[in-house]
Write a protein of this length. Structure first.
Length: 288
């Protein structure tokens, strides 16, 4: 029988203990339509030695939540999987570079529009003050370059002191007002084919769109400009992708910009997929 391994969170990380089994159950329902046997296994069990993953026809890191809390070990695991030549999708090389948001700068160098971004090895109050002065932005967003789910993300206004700043490398961006008025739009692609799109809005007064913060999700049809930008992002990656979630928002001029290209463990929002995950299952079958 065809065997698929699904990488899950570190058992020692209790942050997700009540959430990932539900996501796994939804994924299994989809993946079992391929006729495969699905085996969940913590990604942290395979950092130094890939032998426990050998014998699987496909390895999906789609619930490897929490890697940002243990990034050095994650990079070590990606190198181990790449060296072992495991049938992992997305590729181990992608899982490595996509875990650090500095990839946005490389995509920008290829012509992909992103919000104006300042990169810092360690955020200071002087850097924040300079960003306000030079951009004229009424609000800034500060977040670590290695993060997920709004982890240690700050929203600051002029004069507001920098407290609980991210540790280590971080990024500063103007806060896009459209996040509150229009939300962020995520386009899902499986096997390079568009599947569905979801609009995500924060609850009034918040800026975080994640479901754990009360984010409001709606199935939408992306306009031509959003779709074109998503395809531009995929073309710029230049590596084979089984799945991709491209997160977009409008800048203050009304143009779409890339917020994130989620290529590791994105929520596929299959509960908002009109095809109920059929596109993902087909991409997996083709990959197998």
């Amino acid at each position: 029988m065809t065997r698929i391994a699904v990488l899950t969170p570190d058992p020692a990380d209790k942050s997700y203990i009540g959430r990932w089994p539900e996501v796994l159950a939804r994924l299994k329902t989809t993946l079992e339509t391929t006729g495969a046997e699905i085996t969940p296994t913590p990604w942290t069990d395979h950092v130094e030695d890939a032998s426990g993953l050998e014998g699987h026809d496909l390895i999906l890191p789609v619930i490897a939540w929490g890697y940002h809390r243990d990034h050095a070990r994650w990079l070590k695991a990606c190198a181990t999987w790449a060296t072992a030549g495991l049938p992992i999708a997305n590729p181990a090389s992608v899982l490595g570079w996509n875990s650090d948001k500095t990839y946005l700068a490389r995509l920008a160098d290829k012509g992909v529009p992103i919000p104006p971004t300042r990169w810092s090895e360690a955020i200071t109050q002087d850097q924040v003050d300079a960003a306000f002065a030079e951009t004229g932005a009424p609000t800034l967003i500060i977040k670590p370059t290695v993060s997920a789910g709004a982890f240690r993300t700050l929203r600051l206004t002029p004069g507001q002191p920098l407290t609980e700043a991210p540790e280590g490398p971080a990024m500063i961006q103007p806060y896009l007002k459209s996040i509150e008025t229009e939300g962020e739009t995520s386009l899902l692609f499986f096997g390079g084919r568009f599947s569905h799109a979801v609009n995500k809005r924060p609850v009034p007064g918040d800026f975080r769109i994640q479901i754990q913060f009360g984010g409001l999700y709606t199935t939408v049809t992306p306009d031509a400009a959003a779709f074109a930008l998503a395809e531009q992002v995929l073309a710029a990656v230049e590596e084979p992708l089984l799945y991709a979630r491209i997160d977009l928002a409008r800048d203050d001029a009304g143009a779409w910009v890339l917020m994130e290209a989620e290529l590791i463990e994105p929520d596929f929002y299959l509960d908002h997929d009109p095809a109920n995950g059929a596109g993902f299952a087909e991409a997996v079958r083709n990959r197998l």
